[in-house]
Design a protein around this ligand. Structure first.
Ligand code: S3P
Length: 163
């Protein structure tokens, strides 16, 4: 099981899909899985049921996914905010895709389906999460100025030496 973590805009979905293709295993995007299961968008869940409920659903979905068949799994940027999710991640090989705050904001721009982007404390949230990302990860990959192909190549060569 390979899990990708990192802030919004780190490229978890793009890199994850490509990495899974290269490794010949399925790709699971936890955000999309939540939307399918709940039959509504992430922003609807935030607006109608609140962030705490979203984190609980996210935790349950991550736990189930990690107990399932081998896959490349992309987590939402805030999944590491849930202590239970951090624990579950101990059993996986976790890759942290690192992105600078300004770069992440530039990459995402204004996105209606990313409710956290309108949070006035976004830079504090970014800083708070950094230690969780590094604590939980087995491998850190810089994404600044690099395309998905290069990043995936880097992950595959490092996984081969790390495992
Ligand atoms: C969130 C990130 C989003 C999504 C939700 C909350 C966050 O995922 O899970 O909007 O708290 O950072 P991405 O990191 O895939 O954008």
């Amino acid at each position: 099981m390979i899990v990708l973590v990192g802030f919004m805009g780190a490229g978890k979905t793009t890199v994850g899909r490509l990495l899974a293709e290269r490794l010949g295993i399925p790709f699971v995007d936890v955000d999309r899985l939540i939307e399918i299961r709940e039959c509504c968008s992430i922003s609807q869940i935030f607006a109608e049921r609140g962030e705490e409920t979203f984190r609980r659903i996210e935790h349950e979905t991550v736990t189930e996914t990690l107990n399932g068949p081998d896959a490349v799994v992309a987590l939402g940027g805030g999944a590491v905010e849930h202590p239970g999710t951090l624990l579950v991640l101990n059993s996986a090989f976790v890759v942290y895709l690192e992105v600078e705050f300004d770069e992440a904001v530039l990459r995402i721009g204004h996105d209606n389906d990313r409710p956290m982007m309108s949070n006035p404390f976004l830079s504090e949230i970014y800083r708070r999460r950094l230690s969780s990302y590094s604590r939980v990860s087995n491998l850190t990959i810089q994404t600044g100025g690099r395309g998905p192909e290069q990043i995936v190549g880097d992950i595959i060569s490092k996984i081969t030496t790390a495992t």
